[in-house]
Design a protein around this ligand. Structure first.
Ligand SMILES: NC(=O)c1ccc[n+]([C@@H]2O[C@H](COP(=O)([O-])OP(=O)(O)OC[C@H]3O[C@@H](n4cnc5c(N)ncnc54)[C@H](O)[C@@H]3O)[C@@H](O)[C@H]2O)c1
Length: 311
């Protein structure tokens, strides 16, 4: 188990599901945890301090140190207060796990403006705002001469990296989180901050809302246990992982697949500007069967996983 003693982590949305497991796993590795959770419904409505406080009590029960925080991660000023709360409670900040999220699934043709806005707000701005304030803190420490070893772990989704029908809002936000991860990794490397993302899978209220009840196996390893997503988070937080940044890790049960993102592919090169007709011929010649995304299920199989729907 990598030793994270003396380190301080914020886990957003740490009151339930996957975030709760990250908080407990990081605490078991020795980190002190600010458990952030607005306590919202799955659709992002309401607020309840209960889940964050519950996880704080669990961590304390394990002999760890934790404090609760109820800020909304998509509120720019609230995210700043959250970073300040970690500094106030524990005197430092080393790790930010951006995990909080909501769902408002709908087919694109029926999607309402508020369903788009709320999901993009919580996921995309909810990653930017905490990272922005944590990064300013780490830059200050780096500029003061400290050798900073800080971590941001973002949360994308198979829906964002492979594309899932019915989730245009959520998948676009989760794909945006990958783009954000790539840029933040490059910008923050100079301050000693690595930025990676996971594309997790688990039985939580989120997947049970989408796919119905997902019963655990009667015996043996449970690939849908949300705790399966946390070992890669803890590993990336170790000092020894200082040179791994800008990566996206798909996780399903015991499978961790470091995904290849957009990279150079089929090349259509001409010495001059293409004529559209010639280019169309070229497309038809090279793609006699056409081209379309394989969809999330097939992509997940290729990555070594399954959809919760298939369980
Ligand atoms: N469960 C899966 O299989 C799966 C798959 C891919 C991605 N994810 C992602 O993993 C993350 C965790 O999902 P989960 O399945 O554990 O869901 P969950 O609903 O069990 O937990 C999410 C938590 O985030 C909190 N939250 C919501 N909005 C917030 C806000 N604005 N500020 C602070 N906290 C807020 C909620 O109160 C909740 O406790 C999400 O980003 C989700 O999109 C989950």
């Amino acid at each position: 188990m990598p030793k994270l003693e003396g380190k301080v982590a914020i886990v957003t949305g740490g009151g339930r599901g996957i975030g709760r497991e990250h908080a407990i796993a990081l605490a078991r590795a020795g980190a002190k945890i600010l458990v952030n959770d607005l306590g919202a419904s799955l659709a992002g409505e309401g607020a309840d301090e209960g889940p964050a406080h519950g996880v704080v009590r669990e961590i304390e029960g394990l002999g760890g140190e934790a404090a609760a925080n109820g800020e909304n991660v998509a509120d720019f000023a609230g995210a700043k207060r959250m970073v300040e709360a970690a500094l106030e409670a524990f005197g430092r900040l080393d790790i930010l796990v951006n995990n909080a999220g909501i769902l408002r699934d709908r087919m694109l043709v029926n999607m309402e403006e508020h369903e788009w806005d709320a999901v993009v707000q919580v996921h995309l701005k909810g990653h930017f705002a905490p990272t922005r304030h944590a990064a300013a803190h780490w830059r200050e420490r780096s500029k003061a001469g400290e050798e900073v070893r800080a971590r941001v772990i973002n949360t994308s989704s198979p829906s964002g990296v492979f594309g899932n029908v019915g989730q245009a809002n959520y998948g676009a936000a989760k794909a945006g989180i990958v783009g954000f991860t790539l840029i933040a990794a490059q910008e923050l490397q100079r301050y000693g901050v690595t930025v990676n993302a996971i594309a997790p899978n688990a039985r939580t209220r989120m997947t049970e809302a989408a796919f119905g009840e997902i019963p655990p196996p009667e015996e043996g390893f449970d690939p849908a246990d949300p705790a399966n997503n946390s070992p890669i988070v803890v590993a990336l937080c170790a000092d020894e992982a200082q040179n791994v940044t800008g990566q996206v890790f798909f996780v399903y049960g015991g499978v961790v697949n470091m995904l290849r993102g957009w990279e150079a592919g089929e090349l259509f090169a001409s010495r001059e500007r293409w004529d559209p007709d010639e280019l169309l011929h070229e497309l038809q010649d090279r793609l006699p069967e056409g081209a379309a995304p394989p969809g999330m299920l097939e992509s997940m199989h290729r990555a070594g996983g399954q959809s919760m729907r298939e369980r």
